[in-house]
Design a protein around this ligand. Structure first.
Ligand code: EPU
Length: 317
C-alpha cells in the first residue's frame, strides 16, 4: 500500500539507505482505527519476515525507535508527530491454513479473525467464534491477549513462531512458555510471525449460533466509528463502561474526542481528534471515576510514540 501524503525521499542525514518501501513523514490516521490526526517519522509495510528484520535493523542503525502495528485497533498515538519507524505487517504475513489432522489453524500474524473462523468452519472446526467481533490482527490479539465473551486468545495457542527483537532470529514458543492474564501476554516482548491455534470439531449449526450471539453482543457497542474499542481495563469485578455510564460521562468531550453514547468504555474520535485531545479525555474520565467511585482506571489501549523501542504495539479488542 502506498503510504498516504508521504514522501519517499529520505532525509539527507540518514546513516544508511532505507530498505524498500519506507516512506517518511506519513499520516497515521488510516493505519489505526482511532484515526487520530498524527504523523510518523517513517512508515513501511513489511512484506516478509526478512523485510521486517531489515526494517528493524535499519531503524536501529538510524538510532530510531520502531513499532510493529497489526490492525492498529488497540493503539493510541500520543503525539502529533511520533519519532518512530512504524511497521505494518502486510498481507503476505497473514496466510491462514487449517491443518485438519492436527486440529489447528496456522495463521500469519497479519491474519484477521473472520476469515480464519470461516476457514475453520468450512472444514468442520470451531472454538474461536468469540473472536468474530474482535478487530485487528491475530498478531496484535496475541500481544494483548485480546478476548471477548469470557475467553481470550492466549488460551487457544498451541505454539507461536516469532522474531526475537534482540537478535532478529526466529524462535518457536510453545504454549507452556507463554505467560498471560487479563489483556496481557508475554508475547508482547517478541514480534509474532505466526501462531497455531487449537480447534474443536464443531457442527456448523452450532458455530452459526455462536456467531449470532457474538453479533448480538456487538449491538451493545458502537460500530462504524473511529475508536480503539474499550480504552480502559475492567477493574476487578466490574465493567469500566458501566462505571463511566453510571457517572453520567457519556458524551463528555475534549475537542473531537468524546465518550461514546453507546458504550462508556469506547472513546471515539468524532472528527479530527488529535492525540492530545484523546489523552486529555482519558485523564478527565480517570479523574472523575477516581473522584466519584475511588477507582483508578487503568488504560488498556497501547500508548505509542513516547520514544521507547518495543516490538509490538497493537492488539485488538
Ligand atoms: N454497561 C452499561 N453501560 C455501558 C456499558 C456497559 O451499563 O455504557 C453494562 C452492560 O449493560 C452490561 C455490563 O455493563 O450489563 C457489561 O458490559 P459489556 O457486556 O459490554 O462488557 P464490558 O465488561 O464492558 C468487556 C470487554 C469488551 C468485550 C465485552 C463483551 C474489557 C475492557 N471489555 O466489556 O472488550 O467486547 O466484554 O465480551 O474487557 C475491548 O477489550 O476493547 C472490548 C470491547
Amino acid at each position: 500500500m502506498t503510504p498516504f501524503a508521504a514522501t519517499i525521499t529520505p532525509p539527507v542525514d540518514l546513516p544508511a539507505a532505507p530498505p524498500a518501501g519506507v516512506a517518511f513523514d506519513v499520516a497515521l490516521d488510516r493505519y489505526h482505527t482511532m484515526g487520530l490526526a498524527c504523523r510518523a517519522w517513517a512508515f513501511a509495510e513489511a512484506t516478509s519476515r526478512e523485510h521486517l528484520a531489515d526494517l528493524v535493523r535499519w531503524a536501529r542503525s538510524c538510532g530510531k525507535a520502531w513499532r510493529v502495528l497489526g490492525g492498529g485497533s488497540n493503539v493510541l498515538f500520543v503525539r502529533d508527530v511520533v519519532d518512530l519507524l512504524v511497521i505494518r505487517l502486510g498481507r503476505g504475513l497473514g496466510a491462514i491454513d487449517v491443518e485438519v489432522e492436527r486440529g489447528v489453524v496456522r495463521c500469519g500474524a497479519a491474519a484477521l479473525w473472520r476469515p480464519l473462523i470461516k476457514a475453520a468452519r468450512d472444514l468442520g472446526f470451531g472454538g474461536l467464534e468469540y473472536g468474530w467481533c474482535i478487530p485487528g490482527t491475530i498478531g496484535g490479539a496475541l500481544a494483548g491477549n485480546a478476548g471477548a465473551a469470557g475467553r481470550a486468545v492466549c488460551e487457544d495457542v498451541v505454539r507461536v513462531r516469532a522474531l526475537d527483537p534482540a537478535t532478529l532470529e526466529e524462535v518457536v514458543i510453545p504454549s507452556t512458555a507463554i505467560s498471560y492474564g487479563y489483556r496481557r501476554s508475554s508475547l508482547r516482548d517478541v514480534i509474532v510471525l505466526e501462531a497455531e491455534l487449537g480447534l474443536e470439531v464443531t457442527p456448523p449449526d452450532i458455530i452459526d449460533r455462536r456467531l449470532e450471539e457474538m453479533r448480538a453482543m456487538r449491538k451493545a457497542q458502537p460500530v462504524g466509528v473511529k475508536s480503539s474499542g474499550c480504552v480502559f481495563k475492567n477493574p476487578d469485578g466490574c465493567s469500566a463502561g458501566r462505571l463511566i455510564d453510571e457517572l453520567g460521562l457519556k458524551g463528555l468531550a475534549v475537542g473531537d474526542a468524546v465518550v461514546s453514547g453507546v458504550h462508556g468504555n469506547f472513546l471515539v474520535n468524532r472528527g479530527h481528534a488529535r492525540p492530545g485531545e484523546m489523552l486529555a479525555l482519558i485523564d478527565e474520565v480517570r479523574r472523575r471515576v477516581a473522584a466519584g467511585r475511588g477507582i483508578e482506571l487503568e488504560v488498556e489501549v497501547r500508548l505509542v510514540g513516547a520514544g521507547e523501542e518495543a516490538p509490538s504495539a497493537t492488539a485488538s479488542t
